[in-house]
Write a protein that binds this ligand. Structure first.
Ligand SMILES: *[C@@H]1O[C@H](CO)[C@@H](O)[C@H](O)[C@H]1NC(C)=O
Ligand SMILES: *[C@@H]1O[C@H](CO)[C@@H](O)[C@H](O)[C@H]1NC(C)=O
Ligand SMILES: *[C@@H]1O[C@H](CO)[C@@H](O)[C@H](O)[C@H]1NC(C)=O
Ligand SMILES: *[C@@H]1O[C@H](CO)[C@@H](O)[C@H](O)[C@H]1NC(C)=O
Length: 186
């Protein structure tokens, strides 16, 4: 009995610490627009900010991650589950003409082309920004099938050649960067 309540207390404390640290990170970040929800993702120094739009079952997102100006970032929803293949991704990087580009690209194999292509859901209001060693993707995604239970995947790579993002590392954080998320605010 005593043991059980002690473990319960320990678990509550751990949850409390996690909530406080996430409150200190992403919720202190200010954009020009308001995002009502955010989460500090566990790897790749990445943060997801979003608004759930009930009328269209869509999400307005800002995906923000540490990166150099030579690298690329990607944020994806995978309707087939938490995995790379099947991911409906948005990728962003600095184009050879100097401007930041962002476009949708479906990940159809473990050696994807990373060329622009249509996703299984609508993408609009897409843009990207770079500031303070961070790259950010802005987009509206959806309608989503079940916004309460979404498999998402995020990624980063060090280099872009001829405007094509080059393969990312295949160990450590780069293969841990996926999970399940509930976009509907409680
Ligand atoms: C974040 O990115 C910058 C620039 O690429 C790098 O210098 C820095 O080490 C990164 N931060 C961490 C904690 O890795
Ligand atoms: C959430 O989605 C996953 C597949 O991505 C599925 O296995 C799981 O059963 C779903 N959970 C709920 C509560 O719908
Ligand atoms: C830069 O290149 C991208 C494609 O890589 C293109 O979409 C964009 O319009 C170009 N911008 C300028 C200013 O030429
Ligand atoms: C998305 O883009 C449309 C057309 O440019 C604009 O009217 C709308 O306000 C944008 N939505 C958001 C949430 O920024």
């Amino acid at each position: 009995m005593a043991l059980t309540s002690r473990s319960t207390m320990l678990i509550s404390m751990v949850i409390f610490v996690v909530q406080v640290s996430s409150a200190q990170e992403c919720s202190n970040y200010n954009f020009n627009q308001v995002f009502n929800s955010c989460i500090d993702l566990p790897v790749l120094q990445a943060h997801l900010h979003w608004n759930y739009i009930p009328s269209t079952k869509s999400i307005q997102i800002a995906y923000r991650a540490n990166q150099t100006s030579r690298g690329w970032i990607a944020y994806a929803i995978n309707p087939s589950g938490p995995a790379m293949v099947g991911s409906q991704a948005i990728v962003a990087f600095q184009s050879s003409n100097g401007s930041l580009v962002a476009y949708p690209t479906p990940i159809t194999s473990d050696k994807p082309s990373m060329q622009p292509g249509a996703l299984s859901f609508q993408v609009s209001n897409l843009s990207a920004a770079y500031a303070n060693n961070e790259m950010t993707i802005f987009a509206i995604l959806g309608p989503l099938e079940d916004a309460a239970n979404v498999s998402h995947v995020w990624q980063a790579g060090d280099s872009v050649e001829n405007d094509i993002p080059q393969p990312h590392a295949t160990s450590g954080p780069n293969i841990q960067s996926m999970g399940i998320i509930n976009f509907i605010p409680s």
